[in-house]
Design a binder for this molecule. Structure first.
Ligand SMILES: [Ca+2]
Ligand SMILES: [Ca+2]
Length: 203
């Protein structure tokens, strides 16, 4: 083989290698970003679950009744989440039930949908099972509740995706995570009797 032919062959091989690299690199990059994105999301989910467990435990103490304590606990949750995702939006909800069983069942208070619009309105009667004056789709009341109430705490977190996978493979631009826990308030007083269900009318 002549020297010219050898040079041509070597340059052909280099060209092929560059072409192959050009084909593989984007796929490889995508796989890498996908793995990093998944790892980060799983890590965030794990941290969030831990933060919510701790916050819920702190909320079940008698001091957790006070609004100032709840606000401080909420702030702590938000701070810990934002340490990992600075632009995160954090939503915290507390719903209380008479017992753990009722919290687990989350039975909606029944109503007569007389006007058939799928919601309780216009004076339609409903069964106020927890006697809190409003119709509850989960049978629970807003807030931390009193002694020995079962409390469902849910923290929803949304933050912009760290890697631009939304633009590359059409994943949602925001990551949405949620952590939930159910705990019973400490027995810092006599547990009140079970509420007596009454019929009321929706506004
Ligand atoms: Ca209705
Ligand atoms: Ca109710």
């Amino acid at each position: 083989m002549s020297v010219a032919a050898l040079i041509r062959r070597s340059s052909d091989q280099r060209g092929t290698a560059i072409t192959e690299f050009g084909l593989i690199a984007p796929v490889f990059l995508l796989l890498m970003l996908g793995a990093l994105d998944l790892a980060h999301t799983l890590y965030m989910q794990g941290v969030l679950q831990g933060v919510v467990q701790k916050a819920a435990r702190d909320s079940t103490l008698e001091s957790g009744q006070e609004e100032a304590t709840q606000l401080a606990i909420n702030q702590k949750i938000e701070d810990q989440v934002k340490r990992l995702a600075a632009n995160a939006e954090v939503r915290i909800s507390r719903r209380n039930f008479y017992s753990y069983t009722k919290a687990a069942q989350a039975v909606a208070e029944p109503y007569n949908d007389n006007n058939g619009n799928g919601k309780c309105d216009d004076g339609e009667p409903f069964q106020d099972n927890n006697a809190n004056g409003v119709r509850d789709a989960d049978g629970g009341s807003e807030g931390q509740g009193g002694t020995q109430a079962a409390v469902v705490m849910i923290v929803d977190v949304q933050y912009p995706r760290f890697f631009p996978l939304d633009k590359m493979i059409g994943l949602p631009g925001k990551v949405h995570l949620s952590a939930k826990t159910v705990l019973t308030n400490q027995p810092y007083g006599q547990k009140p009797g079970e509420p007596v269900s009454v019929v009321r009318n929706c506004p």
